[in-house]
Ligand binder design. Structure first.
Ligand SMILES: CC(C)(COP(=O)(O)OP(=O)(O)OC[C@H]1O[C@@H](n2cnc3c(N)ncnc32)[C@H](O)[C@@H]1OP(=O)(O)O)[C@@H](O)C(=O)NCCC(=O)NCCS
Length: 174
């Protein structure tokens, strides 16, 4: 954990239409999008972001620090018959990176997923080497399930995708 800075306070709240503009701006920063899925590697228009915001098939929260929208987190791809969803996070405000915010947000989403929504398993994944993403999962007890080898083209080469999950019993035991 980075102890030079106290971790920023945050709230998770429902998304609002006024979040679309700053989120579009965040997604125009390659530093933010480089380890996201292929869809985010091309310029994303405001209309496309609006489309993402209007999808009702996933549970998402705006991340707010000091009354400012700084990113999105979500439990996507829910399969409620199996009690499973997939974690997703983008902190678009890069000045907030490395202060334990991502780790704490993931902790809060796990609490919501397991305790409030009754999920049994939360899946996630990251492209190698997304070290920050690797760390936030590690710090929250996720286990590696496997590797999709040479899954995506990034920075001039094929990179692996790590698949992870956390089970409710592991979460409760931590
Ligand atoms: C991934 C993300 C959510 C992490 O958020 P964060 O607030 O920076 O995370 P934290 O500060 O809790 O933890 C990050 C850890 O990785 C470390 N880290 C970050 N980049 C690193 C790098 N390039 N090399 C080594 N360590 C690195 C930090 O020092 C920190 O380690 P520590 O806890 O031991 O100090 C954020 O970087 C982000 O939104 N990135 C863009 C979108 C993205 O990649 N989302 C994930 C898709 S799977």
């Amino acid at each position: 954990m980075n102890s030079e800075h106290p971790s920023p306070d945050f709230i998770l709240r429902p998304t609002r239409l006024e979040d679309i503009e700053p989120y579009t701006l965040f997604l125009s920063n390659p530093e933010v999008t480089i380890w996201l899925d292929d869809f985010f590697q091309k310029p994303i228009t405001r209309v496309q972001v609006e489309g993402l915001f209007h999808q009702d098939s996933w549970c998402r929260w705006a991340i707010e620090c000091e009354n400012k929208f700084v990113g999105l987190t979500a439990l996507t791809d829910p399969d409620l018959s199996r009690g499973i969803a997939r974690f997703f996070i983008v902190i678009g405000e890069t000045s907030l990176w490395g202060q334990n915010l991502g780790t704490n947000i993931l902790r809060e989403v796990l609490k919501l997923g397991f305790n409030s929504m009754g999920l049994r398993k939360i899946n996630s994944d990251y492209l190698e080497p997304n070290i920050a993403s690797e760390k936030i999962h590690e710090q929250n007890g996720f286990k590696i399930e496997g590797t999709l080898r040479k899954d995506c083209w990034r920075q001039g080469k094929w990179v692996n995708r790590k698949l992870l999950s956390l089970l409710r019993e592991e979460y409760n035991a931590s």
